[in-house]
Design a protein around this ligand. Structure first.
Ligand SMILES: C[S@@+](CC[C@H](N)C(=O)[O-])C[C@H]1O[C@@H](n2cnc3c(N)ncnc32)[C@H](O)[C@@H]1O
Length: 456
């Protein structure tokens, strides 16, 4: 049966699944595992959120437990495109004893669907229904896709949000990517922009429009300007956006596959939100929406199912100095998988003040088991050897909470691995220190935690 004939069934089955989810009560699907910066968890306040887990359960959690129904002002999603690819990320390792380290990759996320487009559309439709519940009456939703699925998703969006609430189809045109001798080079993505009602917030932006032949028109009442290319006027921003993808040497590059540029998100946020609005991305990847919203004074939520994506988001936002609460989906025993952290903690009297000096040195880390790490088995011996030689190479992030209260980790200091390596010693001075909680996240996104009691 052709796909167009299957759309009513896809819609009906998705609605049923959505209703079932809405009717189920699961109070404990997500738990806070870390609080970064000045964020807090007071019931009535909203704090920025990074979440790791399936967005379906997470959205339900936001509705039931965080009282966010009808409160999110902007949703931007960049889901898998139905590209039928599996996306992998390169692991960069160094070793003194192995001369040539093979290129090792690990799973980032999969975009292959057993039952094809039908499966994909169902996955998305159920989630779009929940997003509609979360969206505020004057809010808008942006779906970022490409030629693979956008035409079907447009029909589904018309059904869920109403044709009358379709606002724009934005063409994001870029230069990068390949070409083929069999067709025109594919150089654009499509973003569908819908509102929830006719009272949506929208602030038009201006852009340059160069005059024909770059010469002045000299029309009465039309202001003209000039730059190095020639004469132009300022017009309302159009629906075709030429923006570069994140380049190899770009400062915002995280290394996460399919990372989108902050300039793209900035355009969306400056037209569809104001400072203090809540923005959410439920297919967050490396946290581009969160990072941009944070810079622009918006509140934000970023959720991704992948450990690697969450690690990239976490690192990016810590480095940005963001304040947020980190939630993780409870997965029974799987949450407990923990590596071995080797750490030295000491407390000494300062010679110049009456305070103490706390010194924490991360000396080593070893994953609990190499069986579960998302790399091909043929690379395991190389990985094993590198861990033996340099047990800190696998640490992507670590943090110290020097007053650990026995429930949630509230780090006083966080360290992220960059091209030069990672800081391994933390020293601070103070009068009161409690138990010291040390969290390590490895390059595969696995978290481990240990508590050291200080001898006074
Ligand atoms: C195209 S990427 C997003 C990239 C992101 N916009 C960025 O700039 O980095 C799609 C993401 O959706 C995530 N994803 C797929 N299914 C998901 C689900 N059910 N719940 C949460 N995240 C999901 C994948 O792990 C992947 O990171």
């Amino acid at each position: 049966m052709s796909l167009i004939m299957q759309l009513p069934k896809i819609m009906e089955e998705s609605r049923k699944a959505y209703e079932q989810i809405i009717d189920t009560v699961d109070q404990h699907a997500f738990a806070i595992t870390e609080i970064i910066g000045k964020a807090d968890i007071g019931y009535k306040r909203f704090d920025n959120i990074v979440a790791r887990g399936d967005n379906l359960q997470f959205m339900k959690f936001l509705i039931d437990q965080k009282d966010l129904k009808g409160k999110i002002n902007l949703i931007y999603i960049d889901p898998p495109f139905f590209s039928k690819n599996n996306y992998r990320a390169e692991i960069k390792l160094k070793s003194n004893s192995i001369k040539k380290i093979p290129m090792i990759t690990q799973k980032a996320y999969y975009d292959a669907w057993e039952k094809g487009m039908q499966d994909y559309l169902k996955m998305l439709t159920i989630r779009l229904l929940l997003m509609k519940d979360l969206l505020s009456e004057n809010g808008s939703i942006w779906i970022h896709l490409d030629w693979h699925a956008v035409h079907y998703v447009k029909i589904i969006m018309d059904e869920i949000f109403g044709e009358e609430n379709f606002i724009n189809e934005i063409i994001w045109h870029y230069k990068s990517g390949g070409a083929s001798k069999r067709r025109f080079a594919r150089k654009h993505d499509t973003l569908l922009f819908y509102s929830k009602s006719k009272d949506y917030y929208f602030l038009p932006q201006k852009e340059k429009s160069y005059n024909r032949d770059f010469k002045p028109y000299r029309f009465k009442g039309v202001k003209e300007y000039r730059d190095e290319f020639g004469w132009y006027t300022m017009v309302n921003r159009k629906d075709v956006w030429m923006l570069d993808m994140v380049g190899r040497t770009s400062a915002e590059r995280t290394g996460y596959v399919t990372q989108k540029p902050e300039s793209l998100i900035r355009r969306i946020l400056e037209s569809c939100t104001v400072e203090g609005d809540i923005c959410a991305d439920f297919f967050g990847g490396s946290g581009t929406l969160a990072a941009t919203a944070n810079k622009m004074g918006r509140k934000w939520i970023s959720c991704d199912i992948g450990k690697l994506a969450t690690l990239f988001t976490h690192k990016r936002l810590v480095q940005e100095g963001a304040d947020y609460v980190f939630y993780e989906e409870r997965n029974g025993d799987k949450d407990q998988a923990s590596g071995k952290i080797d750490v030295d903690v000491s407390l000494n009297k300062s010679h110049i003040t009456d305070m103490d000096i706390l010194r924490v040195e991360l000396k080593g880390y070893r994953p609990e088991s190499l069986d579960d790490i998302p790399v091909e088995p043929k690379y395991l011996p190389v990985i094993e050897k590198i861990i033996e030689d340099d047990p800190l190479q696998f640490v992507a992030y670590w943090s110290v909470d020097y007053n650990y209260q026995g429930d949630i980790n509230r780090p006083d200091a966080c360290f992220c691995k960059d091209n030069k390596g990672i800081e391994t010693v933390y020293e601070t001075i103070g009068l009161e220190f409690g138990d010291v909680g040390i969290k390590v996240v490895d390059i595969f996104g696995n978290s481990s935690f240990t508590v050291v009691k200080i001898m006074k």
